[in-house]
Write a protein that binds this ligand. Structure first.
Ligand code: PMP
Length: 424
């Protein structure tokens, strides 16, 4: 068996202390509280090893980033090649890697979307999308969904729908209203001729893996078309195979005007995000091409990762893998819920974006702790602490998934026993 321990001494206490003293003591406590009190050392596929050589199974995939798993060889090779040649661009000459990524992404993007801007993160992609919508329409109002998650910079946060993250930073950017997700009538009632855009996730990820009714996105498309508002779909989490299609919006038969991507786009190797729109809309960005810019966004190193990622996703048909494995996992989660209706109130999801909703947030916390004890990495959804997400790399094998679900079963049984003993 391979020894995955570091070849040099790593002082775990020093690392934990530096997190506490120099990063965020609250975050350090939270990780410890969830049962993760080790220092990661290396990773491959769906596995992570800590400095003691202990192996973990990753059912979180860096909050959906590691669609291709940790260190996918094709992406690592592409990044190494770019690193040795030219990691960052001159920003005035043309770069082949950046051009190739844009052209290949344009081929797979939904509808007529063909022009894009590269950045590093989901929240930056959303910021760009919101700015573009205001620029194109000349309007200011944005309609978003309650419990939606779009990032934590001020514009994206204003679009997001969880007060606990917003209230301490009020006032938000003006012009945002929120409607219940999945309610087409509420949406139609909120959008008018002054609305620049409707921004939605096709499936709310951080909201607790919430799938809207089938006619919701088509209704959103219709109300936007009727009023002249743009439809922004935030596929930062759902995009690139996660839900069983390259983009979740195509499952609803809807193409947005602007799409936001990040997370999986960098192949789990580099941070990379993008917002993209139709050429008609993009024209307003071309009159003054420096209206929106980023010094390091869309650098060749990140774009090399993005290009290799798109090619690998197609080669391995990861959307299909996500769909097939997701169906099996969902069936298994449904069995688990039937066995424990007292602690699990619902299971839902599509592809490998799955959520298990517990009857109480403390039970969800206990289950995450139980998984940590079994060295399985999981977390709750950021806007809904009742829900534990099952969001593994899309390259997970059936055996690994079964192992993870087995650990979940044990953790749920353990939590259910504790709950019933407390009730006695
Ligand atoms: N949009 C969605 C749908 C997300 O799920 C997230 C992150 N969970 C973001 C935006 C923000 O992405 P980032 O953390 O990269 O800024």
């Amino acid at each position: 068996m391979t020894d995955h321990r570091p070849s040099r001494e790593v002082d775990v206490e020093r690392v934990l202390a530096a997190y506490r003293d120099h990063i965020n003591a609250g975050l350090a406590s939270l990780c410890k509280f969830m049962g993760f009190e080790a220092v990661e050392w290396k990773a491959e596929g769906c596995k992570i090893w800590d400095t003691e050589g202990r192996e973990y199974l990753d059912l979180l995939a860096g909050f959906g980033t590691l669609a291709l798993g940790h260190r996918p060889p094709a992406v690592v090779a592409a990044v190494k090649e770019q690193l040795d040649r030219m990691p960052l661009a001159s920003r005035v000459l043309f770069d082949e890697t950046v051009a190739d990524l844009a052209a290949e992404l344009a081929e797979i993007l939904p509808g007529e979307i063909a022009k894009m801007f590269f950045c590093h993160s989901g929240t930056e992609a959303v910021e760009g999308a919101l700015k573009l919508a205001r620029l194109y329409t000349g309007r200011r109002k944005i309609v978003a969904a309650e419990d939606g998650f779009h990032g934590k910079t001020l514009g994206s946060l204003s679009a997001s729908g969880r007060e606990v993250y917003k209230q301490p930073f009020a006032p938000m950017v003006p012009g945002f209203t929120h409607v219940p997700f999945g309610d087409a009538d509420a949406l139609a009632g909120a959008v008018d001729e002054e609305t620049a855009a409707v921004i939605l996730e096709p499936i709310q990820g951080e909201g607790g893996v919430i799938i809207p009714p089938d006619d919701y996105l088509p209704a959103a498309r219709e109300v936007c078309d009727r009023t002249g508002a743009l439809l922004i779909l935030d596929e930062v989490q759902t995009g690139l195979g996660r839900t069983g299609s390259m983009f979740a919006c195509t499952e609803a038969g809807v193409a947005p005007d602007i799409i936001c991507l990040a997370k999986a786009l960098g192949g789990g190797v580099m941070p990379l995000g993008a917002f993209a729109g139709t050429p008609k809309i993009w024209a307003v960005m071309e009159e003054n091409p420096l209206l929106h810019s980023s010094t390091l966004g869309g650098n060749p190193l990140a774009c090399a990762a993005g290009l290799a990622t798109i090619r690998e996703m197609k080669r391995l048909d990861l959307p299909l893998c996500a769909r097939q494995l997701g169906e099996k996992a969902l069936a298994s989660l449904r069995d688990l819920q039937s066995a424990h209706p007292d602690v699990i109130s619902e299971v839902r999801g599509r592809g490998l974006l799955l959520g298990v909703q517990f009857t109480h947030a403390d039970i969800a916390g206990l289950v995450i702790g139980g998984l940590a004890q079994r060295r399985v990495i999981a977390a709750y959804t950021l806007n809904n602490p009742l829900v534990v997400r099952i969001e593994p790399p899309l390259v997970i094998t059936e055996d690994e998934l079964e192992q993870g679900l087995g650990a979940l079963r044990e953790a749920v049984e353990q939590a259910a026993e504790l709950v019933s003993s407390l009730e006695e």
